[in-house]
Design a protein around this ligand. Structure first.
Ligand code: SF4
Ligand code: SF4
Length: 310
């Protein structure tokens, strides 16, 4: 989820890369689970979170919906988030449904990416670099496809309907700040991303300040990659970039469509990347890449352009 905030209000003044040390460690967490309560709808799940959750809980998306997770419109797309308030059990204290009776995370080993990051955030950079041929053709391509005339609207709606139908028949089978850079990255900070088609796209990590409510909690330095704690950071960060910019590009291009088609496409994306089960015996990343390639191909038929090429 993008947060529309002035970054200088929430950060410690440094950007970090995965090999940097950041003051994320906390000795005061024992017996405190404040971070897992009153989170509202802020813990947005990405497809890797869904893969891990369904595998480790042995529950499907449908099993979890309206119990542990809910869906809502986020930054123009329909995405699932952890559901903090259980309407069926209003007597339960508000908080993450995965908190156990001792106030500990019952899914710690496969907790969502947002939880792994906290109190770090990701600061995304997306800026034009130079005036390359690719940049010009990208802009022209984006202009070319439209759903403005009645005939175009009909074609777009039909393709959106078809895509939604495809998703249904294939039934067998996402943190961030983005704003104006008002300071320089520290000399150690590694930018995660690349220049692609005339745009510099990627992210830095930053440390959010004021997120820990325990005044006497002491924080100590931990290497960013150790703090996030995924097995292999390279494919993970590539996935994070790919997913972020896929959502961003899709939401931006959806704006050209009539409301009904917008919703159908957003629902199809939800269906393809979250509802359709993943094969638990296969790695996540190739499955994600295959779904992404086929989705981009479908969307290209109605004029979407994706030039990320990570
Ligand atoms: S509020 Fe602070 S002490 Fe409590 S769980 Fe979060 S980071 Fe730990
Ligand atoms: S999934 Fe675990 S770490 Fe994340 S909010 Fe819930 S209890 Fe806390």
């Amino acid at each position: 989820m993008q947060r529309d905030v002035a970054i200088n209000d929430i950060w410690d003044g440094r950007f970090y890369g995965k090999n940097d040390m950041a003051k994320t460690g906390c000795n005061g967490c024992e017996g405190c689970s404040d971070c897992c309560r009153n989170t509202g709808d802020s813990i947005i799940l990405d497809p890797l979170d869904m893969y891990c959750l369904t595998i480790w809980t042995h529950k499907s998306f449908e099993d979890m919906i309206e119990k542990e997770i809910e869906i809502r419109m986020t930054d123009g797309m329909i995405l699932p988030n952890i559901m903090e308030y259980d309407e069926a059990h209003p007597e339960k204290p508000e908080g993450c449904p995965f908190l156990d009776e001792n106030g500990r995370c019952s899914i710690y080993a496969f907790r969502p990416g947002f939880c792994r990051l906290f109190p770090l955030g990701r600061y995304y950079v997306d800026e034009a670099v130079g005036n390359t041929q690719e940049e010009i053709s990208h802009d022209a391509g984006a202009e070319k496809a439209s759903c403005n005339t009645e005939a175009e609207k009909k074609t777009c709606a039909a393709e959106a309907e078809k895509m939604s139908g495809d998703a249904e028949t294939e039934k067998m089978s996402g943190d961030a700040a983005e704003g104006k850079l008002s300071g320089e990255p520290s000399e150690n900070a590694q930018f995660c991303g690349k220049i692609t088609h005339g745009r510099k796209r990627g992210f830095y990590y930053f440390l959010q300040k004021g997120e820990c409510t325990k005044a006497d909690a002491e924080r100590y330095e931990v290497k960013v990659s150790d703090w996030i704690g995924v097995e292999d950071m390279d494919p993970y960060e590539k996935f994070i970039c790919t997913w972020h910019f896929f959502l961003k590009d899709t939401a931006a291009q959806l704006a050209r469509f009539p409301e009904k088609a917008r919703e159908q496409i957003a629902r199809s994306v939800l269906q393809i990347f979250y509802v359709q089960p993943y094969d638990r015996f296969q790695d996540f990343y190739p499955q994600f890449e295959a779904r992404l390639a086929s989705t981009e191909k479908q969307l290209a038929k109605i004029g979407f352009r994706y030039d990320a090429d990570w």
